[in-house]
Design a protein around this ligand. Structure first.
Ligand code: F6R
Length: 605
């Protein structure tokens, strides 16, 4: 949710480095972008509405040779996406980029208006910039760290700031609260950035800036200060993701690349698990209830977790939407375990839910992809999904790796409860040995996915139907289709449709129906037939090859997928849904990796 990067350079043109960094951060927001350059003793601002490429085109007409620069790619919160609202903002002696939301900006704005300050944009960020400038003007000794710290005492909300002052043009000051920021270190210069992807082309060495810490960054030095403005030593970290992992590597889209990476990611995760089954120090079986808290697809992964925990380990689970959980009455007891799931590890609502769970005394486990992210650092125990960087805004390997970890936790809990029999364990282990090939085979069926996409691409809306675990997969399949193809779809528990929604089925309405649970197969098929009788165009996805002769009675297109043990089946079943969404979005000419209105890492409430 907004990406920021600042660079103070020894020799390279800081403008080029910042623009390259912004391109890698573009998944965080892409409605407008801007850069402030320090050149020949003054600041120049360049902004453009739209993606970084538009800004880049604009900069191609300029001769710029910057020693220091700060840049921003925006996901609008306050004020429409236009050049005026694009960052950097500049007031008086202060130029600033911001990721986050200033909650008390109206209060601060009114105060500043009374003090004669005027504003150009509708953003909360310009207010923060003006407020820092106001404190700066009042300050006698012009100690910048003191100025920023005093201003931040009054600024409420979440922020990561990178700031340049006019009288210190080659220094970037940075601070953060509840929005991520790292400080990158290299021999050629130093960085502030929203995440490591922005700087990996130049360095993998970085410092994690904590809440209320401050950084003073020049081309040959970085100083970090704590809340009391005392200089502190920080651990230098080394990113283990490489710059090539951030490239498409021949794939047309990041989403397709990430879909194709799933067989490898999943098989590696399970193989590591079976090499060290006791890697989790928390004994899940000690807890009477589990709350799984997350947003979006991560929450859908949590729903699979609920199904598996309850069915296999007999542990009751409630799955909660993080933005709701954080404000509801907490019924946490000492025997409640809270599992937070987040690919980015920075989702504001999930982070807040984690903190609330901890405040109420819950033991917390985080399932996270991004190493060193806020959620991973704050949870009692973190299990990494090791899926590698996920760049496409719509999650695929992030989601399946979360589902895989949850399956392993279920096995873990069963083992701890002494209810894991050897036959199930051996079956899972045997299937894991083949999972890579099985998943690759499902992915490698593009003709079929293209056929399905052609059948649905021009429709107004469609339905996903399934029962039990298939219903949770329908929710994820529907979300995927909506977010990248902009088609309206709804996921329904198959038995629920006739309680109202079936009135929307008419001649030709596509219904994507999933039936992989043998115990529910006949019930699901009956529900499908009810839609067929009302004119639905049925796309049927099943692992049941015993009913082939009857498919024609109710299905227009049939996709059979491999049957594996129930603990692994969701990992197989979700793949066609990801690929149907992908092919449909492609046919509809959508911007698959950067769908409109979205951003990858939702660091605001
Ligand atoms: C959908 C999608 C989102 C995320 C959600 C949570 O494709 O990616 O729904 O799953 O925003 O994000 P994380 O997992 O980073 O907390």
């Amino acid at each position: 949710m907004c990406g920021i990067i600042g660079y103070s350079s020894k020799k390279k043109n800081a403008k080029d480095v910042v623009i390259a960094g912004l391109k890698n951060l573009e998944y965080r927001g892409y409605d407008s972008a801007g850069i402030a350059t320090s050149e020949n003793g003054k600041i120049n601002l360049y902004k453009a509405k739209g993606k970084i490429a538009v800004l880049e085109d604009k900069l191609n007409n300029e001769v710029i040779n910057a020693s220091t620069a700060i840049g921003h790619t925006r996901w609008a919160t306050h004020g429409e996406p236009n050049e005026t609202n694009a960052h950097p903002h500049r007031v008086g002696n202060v130029t600033l980029v911001h990721n986050g939301i200033i909650e008390n900006y109206i209060e601060l704005k009114n105060f500043l208006l009374k003090n004669g300050v005027t504003f150009n944009s509708s953003t909360d960020t310009e207010v923060a910039c003006a407020y820092i400038n106001y404190i700066y003007q009042k300050s006698e000794n012009k100690n910048k760290l003191q100025v920023i710290s005093t201003a931040c005492d009054e600024i409420r909300g979440s922020y990561a700031f990178s700031i340049i002052f006019d009288d210190e043009l080659d220094t970037i000051y940075a601070t953060r609260k509840d929005s991520p920021l790292i400080i990158g270190l290299s021999d050629d210069g130093n960085f502030a950035a929203s995440d490591i992807s922005a700087i990996l082309d130049y360095t993998n060495k970085y410092i994690l800036l904590e809440h209320d810490e401050f950084a003073k960054i020049t081309c040959d030095d970085v100083e970090i200060y704590n809340k009391n403005l005392e200089k502190i030593d920080k651990e230098i970290m080394f990113a283990n993701w490489s710059a090539t992992e951030y490239k498409k590597n021949g794939y047309e889209h990041f989403m397709l690349k990430e879909i194709n990476e799933q067989p490898e990611v999943i098989s590696k995760l399970f193989n590591n698990y079976f090499e060290n089954e006791d890697y989790l120090s928390i004994n899940i079986a000690d807890y009477d209830t589990i709350h799984i808290v997350a947003c979006g697809s991560a929450m859908h992964a949590g729903m699979i977790g609920k199904y598996l925990f309850e069915n296999f380990a007999s542990i009751p689970v409630s799955v909660e939407i993080a933005s709701e959980y954080r404000y509801k009455k907490q019924l946490i007891t000492p025997s409640t375990l809270v599992i937070i799931i987040s690919q980015s590890g920075e989702t504001a609502d999930s982070l807040a839910a984690l903190r609330i769970a901890k405040e109420h005394g819950a033991k917390t486990i985080a399932i996270v992809n991004v190493v060193g992210s806020s959620i991973s650092r704050e949870a009692d125990e973190t299990i990494y999904t090791y899926a590698g960087p996920e760049i496409a805004v719509a999650t695929t390997k992030g989601y399946t790796s979360q589902v895989a970890i949850l399956s392993m936790l279920v096995l873990n809990a069963m083992k701890q409860k002494n209810i894991l029999d050897d036959s199930l364990k051996n079956k899972v282990q045997e299937e894991i040995g083949k999972i890579k090939e099985v998943l690759s085979k499902v992915i490698d069926n593009s003709e079929k996915y293209i056929k399905i996409a052609s059948a649905i691409k021009d429709k107004e809306h469609l339905f996903f139907l399934g029962r039990g675990i298939d219903y949770t997969l329908c929710l994820e399949g529907s979300l995927k289709l909506k977010e990248i193809s902009y088609m309206h779809s709804e996921a329904y528990a198959a038995g629920e449709l006739k309680h109202g929604t079936i009135s929307l089925i008419e001649e030709g309405t596509p219904v994507i129906a999933i039936a992989t649970d043998k115990t529910l197969y006949e019930k699901t098929v009956s529900n499908i037939k009810e839609t067929k009788a009302r004119g639905a165009y049925v796309i049927f996805i099943t692992n049941n090859d015993e009913d082939v002769e009857n498919y024609n009675d109710f299905a227009d297109i049939v996709l059979t997928i491999p049957k594996v043990t129930e603990l692994l089946q969701p990992l197989v079943t979700i793949l066609p849904l990801q690929l149907i969404a992908y092919e449909t979005a492609k046919m509809r000419g959508c911007d698959i990796d950067k769908p409109k209105n979205l951003a990858k890492s939702v660091t605001v409430e």
